[in-house]
Design a protein around this ligand. Structure first.
Ligand code: ZN
Length: 163
């Protein structure tokens, strides 16, 4: 059965052009499409296989504004909440707290490097679900860091540029 098979995609590595491009918005006509659902599924499988806590479509060579945020406790963030993976289409950070926090980040596209990055502690984000429903949520701490890291990918920015 097809749904039992996972699709692992190649991950673009630092220095590749796709990672420095601003990704295009997902069009209304693409919402709730088989193409978009398949992309999200493959992104999720690829992220999981590499033990990532987030992924952005440009990392799998699709220059579209789609990210997945999937916080879970890990050695660097033992208090990180375990959350179901959230797929965000056309995410927009509407508000950022003035308070920032330093925290270690890594990236599937920069496997050989980690670094301390200052990020807003709390953010409000608006996004569309795969079906096109609009959601607004507030995230704080590690999940907020993931959202900011992944939205940066959509704007062609890697965390190493923020160190
Ligand atoms: Zn990354």
């Amino acid at each position: 059965r097809e749904e039992l098979m996972s699709t692992i995609l190649a991950v673009a590595q630092r220095g590749e052009t796709i990672l420095s491009l601003a990704a295009a918005e997902v069009a209304k006509s693409e919402l709730n499409s088989e193409w978009l659902n398949k992309l999200a599924e493959a992104m999720h499988d690829t992220m999981t296989e590499r033990n990532g806590v987030g992924i952005a479509a440009p990392q799998v060579y699709v220059s579209k504004r789609v990210i997945i945020v999937a916080s879970r406790p890990n050695p660097r963030y033992p208090d990180a909440p375990e959350m179901d993976a959230v797929v965000m289409v056309n995410p927009e950070i509407l508000e950022k707290s003035e308070a920032t926090v330093l925290g270690e980040e890594g990236c599937l596209s920069v496997p050989d490097e980690r670094g301390q990055v200052a990020r807003a502690e709390t953010i409000k984000v608006r996004y569309l679900t795969l079906q096109g429903e609009q959601v607004e949520t507030v995230y704080t701490g590690f999940p907020a860091r993931i959202v900011q890291h992944e939205v940066d990918h959509l704007d062609g920015i890697l965390f190493i540029q923020r160190i």
